[in-house]
Design a protein around this ligand. Structure first.
Ligand code: PEP
Length: 251
């Protein structure tokens, strides 16, 4: 049986002291309760090292929100996979729709990032998702297939075991519009079948596919009870410890 994985993408929110407060509150909430899910927090780069010290010895894992695919060198403003490892990250979110839309990341760039992260022992949370226009034009599955195939191009059977896929319909991110559990399940099932075709049944059965897009305490349970939804990538609702913890409890 697949475990549920709940990740919080803080985006560009919280300075260092706010990060310390939020991590401490999440830690306290989780500590007193039996939790069944894997929990990942993804604060901004500046808080990673401090966050790493705070979550040490707990069941909360640390992730970054982005990285560059080169090892080091003249890439002003960028952060490498090994730098993220050095401050205690286990995960990195790659291909988020905000990176694709605002920062012009292509499938090819995201593919290079996935490969680089894997080679540094960082586990990618690889995001895919269609826009509203694509959904209305009935090309959701084609778009998702394209993103999955290109993003995973050249990634081996051994490596794919370390990747989490996050299905995040762009029209549902930060908008308050959630995909219905059935809409989300349909795409998750499609992605799992695609992974089966690209790799094997065993890999498809085991791969974690998270849903992201306005997940909140009041919709988490129905989404997470779908057979192919293995967790959530949470934006807005992860910025308050109590709502993030409610979602964790739903898992
Ligand atoms: C996200 O940024 O990955 C996300 C899903 O955001 P929100 O939960 O705010 O829609």
């Amino acid at each position: 049986m697949r475990k549920k994985v709940i990740a919080g993408n803080w985006k560009m929110n919280n300075d260092l002291s706010q990060s310390v407060n939020l991590i401490s509150e999440i830690k306290n909430a989780v500590a007193g309760n039996a939790v069944n899910a894997e929990i990942i927090v993804c604060p901004p780069f500046i808080s990673l090292e401090t966050a790493s010290a705070l979550v040490k010895g707990t069941n909360i894992k640390l992730g970054a929100q982005n990285m560059y695919f080169e090892e080091n060198g003249a890439y002003t403003g960028e952060i490498s996979a090994s730098m993220l490892k050095s401050v205690g990250c286990d995960y990195v979110i790659l291909g988020h729709s905000e990176r694709r839309a605002i920062f012009g990341e292509t499938d090819e760039i995201i593919n290079k990032k996935n490969k680089k992260a894997l080679s540094a022992d960082l586990l990618p949370i690889f995001c895919v998702g269609e826009t509203l226009e694509q959904r209305e034009n009935d090309i959701t599955k084609k778009v998702i297939e394209d993103q999955v195939r290109k993003g995973l191009s050249g990634i081996s059977e051994e490596e794919i075991k370390s990747i989490i896929i996050a299905y995040e319909p762009v029209w549902a991110i930060g908008t308050g519009k959630t995909a219905t559990p059935q809409q989300a399940q349909d795409v998750h099932e499609f992605i799992r079948n695609l992974i089966k075709e690209m790799y094997s049944s065993k890999i498809a059965e085991n791969i974690i596919i998270q849903y992201g897009g306005s997940v909140k305490p009041d919709n988490a349970e129905t989404l997470l009870s779908q057979p192919d939804i293995d967790g959530a990538l949470v934006g807005g609702a992860c910025l308050k410890a109590d709502s993030f913890f409610e979602i964790i409890k739903s898992a």
